[in-house]
Design a protein around this ligand. Structure first.
Ligand SMILES: Nc1ncnc2c1ncn2[C@@H]1O[C@H](COP(=O)(O)OP(=O)(O)OP(=O)(O)O)[C@@H](O)[C@H]1O
Ligand SMILES: [Mg+2]
Length: 478
């Protein structure tokens, strides 16, 4: 059987009945574009873009029609048997080009190429998300049901005109993403975390939990946001980075705090570059996002319970296990719950140099959240003992924020110095002072040193890192 016959078998009568079960399968992708309700002025055509009927040119109309025919005619099941993506791409390209040649409407070379690309997107990739994915300036892709897709670019959210054909189409794409890592999403497990081969983090939540159709939230594995880039884009100053490098080298225990999407994971990732390459690093994450450059890294990932509610492995279990793996450093992607206690205990028992992030609005808030997490872990430590444990374990809290103009800044670097009576004592070393908003909406401000020489300077010196006193001189600003 020739390739074309193989891939276009369905055209000759072998059309399998459309399954009437609501379970999404990649087969949904081949469903032809459903006509919208009577009187609809817009069609969700091609790659689902909303196109005003009356403004369609003849070529556009042919393109939509062709695309539909192609998607109907290609035998996706046969295609799925081919595992090598490059071969699939080449084969689809060949068949589509051939089918296009039979088309009588004149199409320019660019039109043809365009259609071939779109069919490829539709069949092998993430459907209407695929072009968004290729745009490296996009950091988040958010799908709210089939018709709304938002993107975040340079810290700003905006809606794009792309859309899916229907909820089944969104489900098919979700299914394609999560099945790759052996997870599934259906009514019995309607929430799932996954990650794409490039490291991007994906969360999907579908009806009945999501009321208006399947919701997909993709946090792109961002472009290279190394420490050098963060300095360049003004997240922090060179001097602050030098201090952080010294703190990591000297094995301080550091917590990065910030709101959703503030850049905690990105900063954590950048800071891991300061860990000497001869150390054994164990990372613990819910969905592995960190990209460590070191050679000796062991990556662990938590596991959600299965449909029967069995088999869950929590971050706390992994922290306990990591302690038996001779770690030099334990990095917990984000502390959310009981693992906070295990982390602090590890920090207090000789596993210094740990790094983690926490969702909190200020360093103080981070401290009180830690307390709450420890309480939730079922510990019955009295308040003071709990605070002492936190104070002796943690050395530094870095607060990162997404400002109104979408830029990220380290707004505060706070040292934990111990206890003063009942409270945890802290002192701020650097902060970002906002001064106003420019006419183009950009936030104006400066990084300032508070003039306090950190108490951990001596520890840095012992570790062989001497930082010039001038770095902490008051109002040192840039
Ligand atoms: N310093 C930065 N400068 C510019 N963009 C950044 C910076 N930090 C993060 N970003 C971008 O912002 C997005 C969110 O970053 P990141 O995942 O690090 O945030 P987060 O605080 O860990 O979010 P979450 O709360 O969802 O875990 C990413 O797409 C990333 O590329
Ligand atoms: Mg994060």
């Amino acid at each position: 059987m020739s390739l074309k016959d193989r891939l276009t078998r369905r055209q000759n009568g072998g059309v399998p009945a459309t399954p009437d079960v609501p379970v999404p399968t990649p087969a949904d992708v081949r469903a032809p574009v459903a006509p919208r309700g009577p009187g609809a002025a817009v069609t969700s055509g091609m790659y689902g873009r909303h196109i005003e009927e009356e403004v369609l040119s003849a070529v556009d109309r042919v393109k939509i029609d062709l695309h539909r025919k192609l998607v109907e005619r290609l035998d996706l099941e046969a295609l799925e048997q081919i595992k090598d993506e490059r071969i699939i791409n080449a084969e689809i390209r060949a068949v589509v080009t051939e089918l296009l040649r039979e088309e009588s409407t004149p199409l320019t070379l660019a039109d043809r190429e365009n259609i071939v690309e779109q069919v490829l997107y539709e069949i092998t990739g993430l459907g209407p998300l695929e072009p968004l994915f290729r745009d490296l300036t996009i950091s988040d892709i958010l799908v709210n049901g089939s018709k709304e897709i938002f993107i975040e670019r340079h810290g700003k959210l905006s809606r794009v005109s792309a859309a899916f054909r229907n909820d089944a189409h969104v489900l098919a794409v979700i299914d394609r993403i999560v099945s790759r890592i052996g997870r599934r999403v259906d009514e019995s497990s309607p929430m799932v975390d996954a990650r794409l081969p490039d490291g991007s983090r994906v969360n999907a939540i579908i009806p009945p939990l999501a009321l208006d159709g399947p919701v997909l939230s993709i946090r792109r594995f961002g472009a290279d946001l190394s420490m050098a880039k963060l300095i360049e884009n003004g997240t922090l100053t060179d001097e602050m980075a030098q201090m952080l490098a010294a703190c990591v080298a000297a094995r301080l225990n550091i917590l990065i705090s910030g709101g959703t999407g503030a850049g905690k994971t990105t900063l954590l990732n950048a800071m891991t570059s300061f860990i000497p390459s001869d150390q054994r690093i164990i990372t613990i994450e819910d969905a592995a996002e960190l990209r460590l450059q070191q050679e000796h890294v062991v990556r662990l990932e938590t596991r959600p319970p299965n449909a029967e509610g069995q088999g869950e492995v929590k971050a706390a279990d992994l922290v306990k296990n990591a302690l038996r793996m001779r770690p030099d450093r334990i990095i917990v992607g984000e502390v959310r719950a009981a693992e906070a206690l295990d982390m602090l205990q590890a920090m207090n028992t000789g596993h210094e140099g740990s790094l983690s992030t926490i969702h909190a609005n200020s360093p103080r808030d981070a401290l009180s959240r830690l307390e709450t997490m420890i309480l939730m872990a079922g510990s019955n430590l009295p308040d003071r003992a709990m605070r002492e444990q936190i104070a002796s374990a943690l050395d530094l809290i870095i607060q990162i924020s997404r400002l109104a103009d979408g830029s990220r800044r380290i707004v505060s670097v706070v040292e934990i110095t111990g206890m003063e009576g009942q409270v945890t004592a802290t002192q701020e070393i650097y902060h970002f002072r906002r001064q106003g908003i420019a006419s183009d909406g950009k936030v104006i401000g400066v990084f300032e040193a508070t003039g306090i020489r950190p108490a951990f300077s001596e520890r840095l010196a012992v570790a062989g890192v001497e930082l010039p006193t001038s770095m902490f001189a008051e109002s040192y600003a840039r």
